[in-house]
Design a protein around this ligand. Structure first.
Ligand code: NAD
Length: 406
């Protein structure tokens, strides 16, 4: 991501001082989380919260629980959130948090104690006007409910707007679970429009079948695209006439994996991204399109549902070949957009129907795609470079207006 930032900064002609301001996280907090374990022993976990930039509004970004989380990763992801919020024009800066732990080895009550102690330790920098966390890897709506409750108990009032991704009955938003997949579908549709391609003539391969891939595939299928292949961590399925996506998702719901689904050919994951198709949607994990496999990828359009699915080296090859890549910071920003809607609804104390959420999301994604596309034409660059140029330029213009408080 650093090189993408520098390339966009070059296009904008930013001077070294401004680059330094934007590269440097505003605040980094490392905390110790001592916990009494269920067996009576005492363990100390480590937690991080990095706030990259809050020039455009409170910081926003997920909290992940994983054994290998480290400060450099959290720092990079926090900056990524700044650009993602900026590219879709929502009034947030970027942040990210992490706790070094293995959730698989922890009981629910240990997880609850870790979450509450971590929240208490970073409480001074949290708040609806300061920093609003969300779920990320291995955290979910239960984690958010604990954070919200801990924050609220300390502040002596129920403060739902301190986190997003909450359960519906605790201030969550309708449409949030589908929002990232919906944004992927909208970005795909808008990209195809620019190429004069119609959904009914377009075949799609989706990597992953979770929240982003599964829902993205379902919404693409409903729009008339022929979804040829889906995968999970164990393998992929393929049907040259197009998969019956509702039936596949019902199978996953029941069996937790694609294995055993009958109306398709079963293939190993190696090679799934290389299937002949018009659109490829990597929606599983990072670093999937690399210099090793990029030459065998046949899609004309790639819509990045996952964060960072394409390495910088592969990106260059795709760009040279004229493959249209809708970059992650735009394509998967539907989730953070509806998180913003959740925060707005919590602050108003007035909750929208799913139709309203979806139509505002649609508006945001369509406008953002259009702005990125126009920027790409203006600078004669890829959609990815354009997304960074647009995002960075918005932050810089706010920085110039606000000036430096000293
Ligand atoms: P998820 O856990 O719901 O689903 C991930 C899916 O990918 C599962 O089907 C899993 O089996 C599959 N998978 C994992 N590794 C794979 C591999 N190597 N090959 C094939 N399949 C594999 O996760 P998600 O929420 O759908 O997130 C997917 C990606 O999208 C991540 O990069 C995440 O950071 C990003 N993202 C998610 C959201 C969101 O709102 N959920 C928002 C923005 C970005």
């Amino acid at each position: 991501m650093a090189e993408r930032f520098e390339a966009a900064a070059d296009h904008l002609g930013l001077d070294p001082g401004v680059r330094d301001v934007l590269r440097t996280p505003d605040r980094e907090l490392t905390v110790a989380i001592p916990i009494s374990m269920d067996d009576g022993s005492l363990r100390v976990f480590k937690g991080y919260r990095v706030q990259h930039n809050f020039l455009r509004g409170p910081c926003k970004g997920g909290i992940r629980f994983a054994p290998d989380v480290h400060l450099d990763e959290v720092r990079a992801l926090a900056a990524w959130m700044t650009w993602k919020c900026s590219v879709v024009g929502i009034p947030f800066g970027g942040a990210k948090g992490g706790v070094v732990c293995n959730p698989r080895e922890l009981s629910i009550s240990e997880l609850e104690r870790i979450t509450r102690r971590y929240t208490t330790s970073i409480m001074d920098i949290l708040g609806p006007d300061r920093d609003v966390p969300a779920p990320d890897m291995n955290t979910n709506e239960q984690t958010m409910a604990w954070i919200m409750d801990t924050y609220s108990m300390h502040h002596r009032r129920t403060s739902t707007a301190v986190v997003t991704g909450k359960p519906l009955n605790l201030g969550g938003s309708r449409g949030r679970p589908e929002a990232t997949g919906r944004g992927v579908m909208i970005s795909c549709r808008e990209a195809l429009k620019t190429l004069g391609m119609r959904p009914e003539d377009t075949s799609v391969v989706v990597q992953g079948s979770g929240n982003v891939g599964g829902i993205g595939a379902l919404l693409l299928h409903r729009e008339g695209y022929k979804v040829l292949s889906l995968s999970d961590i164990y393998g992929s399925i393929y049907n040259e006439d197009g998969l019956d996506i509702p039936a596949v998702l019902a199978w996953i719901q029941k069996h937790r994996r694609l294995d055993g689904y009958e109306e398709a050919e079963h293939l190993p994951n190696e090679g799934q991204l290389e299937i002949e198709c018009d659109v490829l949607v990597p929606a599983a994990t990072e670093n999937q399109i690399t210099s090793e496999n990029v030459d065998r990828i046949k899609a004309r359009v790639i819509v990045e549902g996952a964060n960072g699915p394409t390495t910088a080296a592969a990106d260059k090859v795709l760009e040279d070949r004229g493959v249209v890549v809708v970059p992650d910071i735009l394509a998967n920003a539907g989730g953070v957009t509806v998180s913003y809607f959740e925060w707005v609804q919590d602050r108003m104390g007035y909750f929208w129907t799913e139709e309203i959420v979806n139509s505002r999301l649609e508006q945001t994604m369509v406008n953002s795609f259009e702005e990125v596309h126009t920027t790409a034409k203006k600078y004669d660059v890829s959609l990815r470079s354009a997304a960074y140029i647009l995002a960075i330029d918005r932050v810089v213009s706010v920085y110039r207006m606000r000036g430096i408080f000293a």
